[in-house]
Ligand binder design. Structure first.
Ligand SMILES: [Zn+2]
Length: 157
């Protein structure tokens, strides 16, 4: 963009006292400011573009394609091998990871001794005690406290 302009030559007056202003090339301040503004806008746009390019190329980690299983608490699909649900942050019971057959194949243990308050908690939460293990929904727990924590979390959700 050219910021110079050529003014036409002019003659003022006539005769001996006539003043001739020759054609000249001058710098046009208005045009210079306009050019400066264009440069500022261009550099801001360039910087923004570089930023966007940078963020765009930050690769999203590919979703692992492992076995997905519904979280027993929030029902979001999560990795079957997860120790903690990434959506609701619930610690998942050991039985969450074990295949269903393995759960069935667990050797029975001696039934736990339960206090009256534990029994009433279990009844309230729908936890059953089978072969020494605690069952809540589709899950099997080694300890009652784990089952209670999980059942409470599931029922709050
Ligand atoms: Zn969850």
């Amino acid at each position: 963009m050219s910021t110079t302009v050529t003014t036409p030559g002019e003659t003022f007056g006539s005769g001996d006292y006539a003043i001739h202003v020759p054609s000249q090339t001058v710098h046009n301040i208005g045009l210079m400011e306009e050019r400066r503004n264009h440069l500022i806008i261009a550099s801001v746009v360039t910087v923004a573009g570089v930023f966007l390019l940078g963020f765009g190329s930050v690769a999203r980690p590919a979703e692992p394609q492992g076995d997905l299983k519904a979280c027993p608490v929030c029902a979001e699909m999560i990795q079957a091998a997860a120790l903690k649900c990434r959506y609701c942050q619930t610690d998942l019971p050991e039985s969450f990871h074990a295949p269903k057959d393995a759960q069935a194949a667990r050797p029975p243990r001696a039934p736990a001794r339960l206090t009256k308050s534990q029994l009433s908690d279990m009844e309230q939460l729908g936890i059953t005690h089978v072969d020494g293990y605690f069952h809540y929904s589709d899950y099997v727990y080694d300890s009652l406290s784990q089952a209670i924590i999980h059942a409470k979390a599931a029922q709050r959700a």
